[in-house]
Design a protein around this ligand. Sequence first.
Ligand SMILES: [Ca+2]
Length: 434
Amino acid sequence: MHQRFLRHGACLALAFFALLPAFVRAQPAQQLDRPLTPEQFNACVQGLAQQTGLSGRPLSRTDFERFAAGARYDDRVRQSMLVTVSEPTFWWDELAATTDDDRVQQGRAILAREAQTLQRIEAQFGVPREIVIAIYGIETNYGPSQGKIPVLDAAFSLACLRPCPETATAQGSCMSRERAFATVRVLRDGRVRAENWQGSWAAAFGRTQFVPDSFEQLAVDFDGDGFSDIINSEPDAWATTANHLKTRGGWIQGAPVYIEVAIPPAQQAEFNTGGESKRYPERAKPLSQWAAQGWTALGPDGQPVPLQLPGDPEVHPFLPVGLPGPAFLVTRNFETLLRYNRSVRYAMEVGLLANKLAGGRDFVTPWPTDDPGLTRAQVRELQAWLVSRGHTQVVPDGVVGRITRDAIEKELAAKGLPPARRAGQRTMQALMQP
Ligand SMILES: [Ca+2]
């Protein structure tokens, strides 16, 4: 499974909420309330050394110990896990930043510049180039934000912060342990250069952020130099991503990720989620059957458009924030994106950005907020203003993290405005008014 990391230039906050592996989410935050001591970490690594027989692929204890000797505990892993479970975030903030005009323009430039390579990848794997480039843009901001934590340290810290249950006795059965083992195997096999191998807190690395276990299984050498290098080679990273979507998810050619729909008024009560994000995979049925029930797609100006697609694929409803708010029928390609990264918000971001890269537009139905989200350029402007107000710890990087949220909260209080830890278009204006 692929996981997202935290140091993306553009979508730090998004990663916090959306992309947690289930084993992070399932644990109460208080278990992470202090760093591991060196003694705890060493004991954990020794424990792992005794379990190499549980590695999903062959790994000797000798090889494990040779590389484990270089692993250090990195407390940024724990801190990222903590943030992940604590701070609520909003769809309209994250999609506004993730699919802003800058990212669309940059993605289109790559699509134009690399048309031939992307055409070959599309032909071989059957995944649209816009989807691959959207993932590239969201994961690492088209390359530069690949993460700054040594992958070996991240994998071992994760394994020790989230030890496996004693019942996980099958080979490869526990994700955090298997990630540490896979990291060692990748080093042992010389599949990455050991020096300066860096990635996310979850040990995802490269231009499209693969964890070592997925990399081992799915890496592609597409530029033909005999080495799958998802860190330095765009063709290798893109083909590896397309291979994941094809092999793990079974990408359906020609089907969109989502269709924005109007739900017939008489059926709306059924989809009142009370503001929660909810999807209904158990109600999947052919598109034509939803059409027969009166569901329609929404055209660019909100007008009803008949629901129909070649092949009449099975789809199911997805309501990111309930009603009122945008409503969708999603295809199996949406679920394929969830295998890449199990966050529904991630899947929608990729779908929307890909759609915009292909010349499409934003959702027609407005989000239920009077304070829509900011682009990254606007976030940087707000952050620069916060710095000028004395919040010198704020870094104007376009990423809304804890420090920026703290500063927003304080400035809102100072101006007597309603308390919040975010700012949209309206709040930004109110704050920055002289
Ligand atoms: Ca290569």
